[in-house]
Ligand binder design. Structure first.
Ligand code: AMP
Length: 298
């Protein structure tokens, strides 16, 4: 459900600026057009909410480079291939708004599904080889949904720069390709993954982990580091994958869906670590019914 405030404005922080919260596309566009007319540059951080410090690092990056920062909060149904996952996705709009206000975000765009999709989009994105691996392979239709929602959001917000986390490495590759193929007039800024002290990548899904699962979750990061060390020590991708599989066989609560060693730019599987260019080690794993992804690039 969308949160509405009178006039779309909250004023509960005396010292910080008033953050605007819009639920409607038209209001957002009217406000942002005015701001652009007076010469303000716009940085944009698209999110699905349940915000954590990783999201906030994107907001901070945007604030450093733009006059105005817009954060969207929208749990996009078209990118979920699993209805149960969509249903269980955490929704914490009130807390998110407070967090954004506390870091002086300028505008929140939090539309309802009906506002974004008055009718279901008929067009489809095909990202070719970028989506036949990893997330694209295991979540059919996911990147089509991402392409649709991100291009709609880009058209609504018309940002100068858009900030995306490298935690979703394949998403960054897909969005960059879309921006280049369709000549979107904006710059994509990839941002580093923020981690908890024990190495677990921050994620909105972490709040769904039981205490037992949370205690085991840093093993996902350990596996990435272990793989990086092996590859840098000269092991082949196959040998590394086998070693990682034996590592996880000792922790039955973690069920890896894939563990891929890929070229950073093309995301195609590679036989050994790149000596020129970057190597990406990527994982998706289930832990107590929660699907987590992470990666390491070197
Ligand atoms: P989400 O709300 O999960 O769709 O994420 C919104 C944006 O935040 C995406 O660009 C993510 O890649 C980014 N993000 C999510 N987790 C992290 C993290 N731990 N560190 C940095 N960025 C992140």
């Amino acid at each position: 459900m969308a949160l509405s405030y009178p006039c779309g404005i909250r004023n509960d922080h005396n010292l910080s600026k008033q953050m605007k919260i819009f639920n409607s596309i038209a209001e957002t566009q009217i406000y942002l057009k005015e701001q652009q007319k007076i010469g303000k540059t716009i940085g944009f951080v698209p999110t699905m909410g349940a915000l954590h410090a990783g999201h906030i690092s994107l907001i901070e990056a945007s604030k450093q480079e733009n006059n105005l920062t817009v954060c969207s909060i929208f749990v996009n149904p078209t990118q979920f291939n699993n209805p149960e996952d969509l249903k269980k996705y955490p929704r914490t709009l009130e807390k998110d708004s407070e967090m954004l206000q506390s870091v002086d975000c300028d505008v929140v765009f939090a539309p309802s599904a009906e506002e974004m999709y008055p009718s279901l989009p008929q067009m489809k994105f095909d990202f070719g080889s970028l989506e036949t691996v990893m997330e694209g392979k295991f979540r059919p239709g996911h990147f089509n949904g991402v392409g649709i929602v991100v291009s709609k959001l880009f058209h609504i917000v018309k940002p100068d720069r858009a900030y995306f986390g490298l935690k979703d490495l394949q998403q960054v590759a897909v969005i960059r390709r879309m921006v280049s193929d369709l000549s979107f007039d904006l710059e994509i800024i990839p941002c580093a993954t923020l981690r908890e002290a024990d190495g677990l990548a921050m994620s909105s899904r972490n709040m769904r982990l039981s205490a037992e699962a949370r205690a085991l979750a840093p093993n996902i990061y350990k596996a990435l580091q272990f793989a990086k060390d092996k590859l840098q020590g000269g092991a082949s991708a196959k040998e590394t994958q086998n070693a990682v599989a034996s590592f996880f066989s000792t922790i039955p609560a973690i069920e890896p869906e894939y563990f891929e060693i890929a070229d950073f730019d093309t995301l195609e599987p590679i036989a050994e670590a790149r000596t020129q260019g970057k190597t990406a080690v990527c994982i998706a794993a289930f832990l107590g019914g929660v699907r987590l992804i992470d990666n390491m690039v070197f």
